[in-house]
Design a protein around this ligand. Structure first.
Ligand SMILES: [Zn+2]
Ligand SMILES: [Zn+2]
Length: 294
């Protein structure tokens, strides 16, 4: 049956940053925008998130809800830009921020570090309202659930030691479902949450055996991320309609194509490596395209 609300249930996902702490103009650190009905949710706010939002034609004051998977710097570096520039763009209400323990300190310290700027901009001629700079902060935990306009966001704990608190998110409405793994090593929780889901956005870290043997630090880093064979195993277990590999960490210089080929040796399911500004419309037929640069 045709319905005028045929697009109402679409979950639109834009990868703003598909990278890691490594500095790369083409691959900013992690940030994912989710749009549902008229709501916008940001999952992590890595380096340059506001610039990528600008390339997606979204104003700094349009972001109202930010979820943090964990507090590694590559996931929060772009937060101050969104907080402060959104205020300069006359954001009319406080941000809603959801993050692990430590988030209150992080947000408060960020605001404190801009004390001089805030003092000046609160006075004429700008006369910005300091009340709009304050944030509603909610501390998340395993099984924390949030609902807004038919979209549910479920938090689940993942393994990203030595972090005590690191989370993934299951995001769904009555028709579609997706999971963001966050930074994690192989996680049964991710598998459990992704069962019967349409889209999995999972992190990937890659290093050859040779690199792992030669560089103990690489071995250490890989141990709290997910490698190609683990990712293949997860995909084969949960069989999502589409898997996007994000937070792309190549410790041995392998290209995206080489990493993807490695994974495709072990799975026949659809899998892509994320690029910045890749957009996915989650609907009956998943549609993937790229936001045009300005
Ligand atoms: Zn990270
Ligand atoms: Zn991390």
């Amino acid at each position: 049956m045709l319905s005028s609300n045929i697009y109402a249930d679409i979950i639109k996902v834009t990868i703003l940053g598909s990278g890691t702490p490594r500095v790369n103009i083409d691959r900013f650190s992690q940030s994912i925008l989710i749009e549902h009905k008229n709501d916008k949710f940001l999952f992590d706010a890595g380096r340059g998130a506001l610039l990528r939002l600008n390339q997606s034609r979204i104003l700094p004051n349009e972001i109202e809800n930010i979820f943090f998977t964990h507090l590694h710097s590559d996931h929060i570096l772009g937060f101050s830009d969104i907080l402060m520039t959104g205020w300069v763009y006359h954001r009319q209400k406080p941000l809603n921020i959801f993050g692990p323990p430590g988030t209150i300190n992080f947000v408060d310290s960020t605001i404190k570090s801009f004390e001089e700027d805030i003092k000046v901009r609160s006075l004429p001629p700008e006369s910005l309202n300091v009340e709009n700079l304050k944030s509603n902060i909610e501390i998340i935990y395993d099984d924390f659930t949030y609902n807004k306009n038919g979209l549910t966001i479920e938090t689940f704990a993942v393994k990203h030691e030595p972090f005590t608190y690191a989370f993934g998110f299951k995001i769904f409405n009555s028709k579609y479902c997706m999971v963001i793994s966050g930074d994690t090593t192989y996680s049964e929780q991710v598998i459990e949450k992704t069962k019967n889901c349409d889209l999995l956005i999972h992190e990937i870290a890659h290093a050859s055996e040779h690199t792992l043997e030669k560089y103990p630090k690489a071995k250490g880093v890989i141990s709290y991320h997910t490698n190609a064979s683990q990712v293949s195993k997860i995909i084969n277990t949960v069989k999502p309609r589409l898997t996007i590999l994000n937070h792309v960490l190549s410790l041995d210089g392998s290209s995206d194509e080489q990493i993807l080929n490695e994974i495709k040796k072990n799975t026949k399911h659809k899998v892509l490596i994320a690029k910045d500004l890749m957009t996915i419309d989650l609907k009956d037929e998943i549609y993937i395209y790229k936001q045009k640069n300005l």
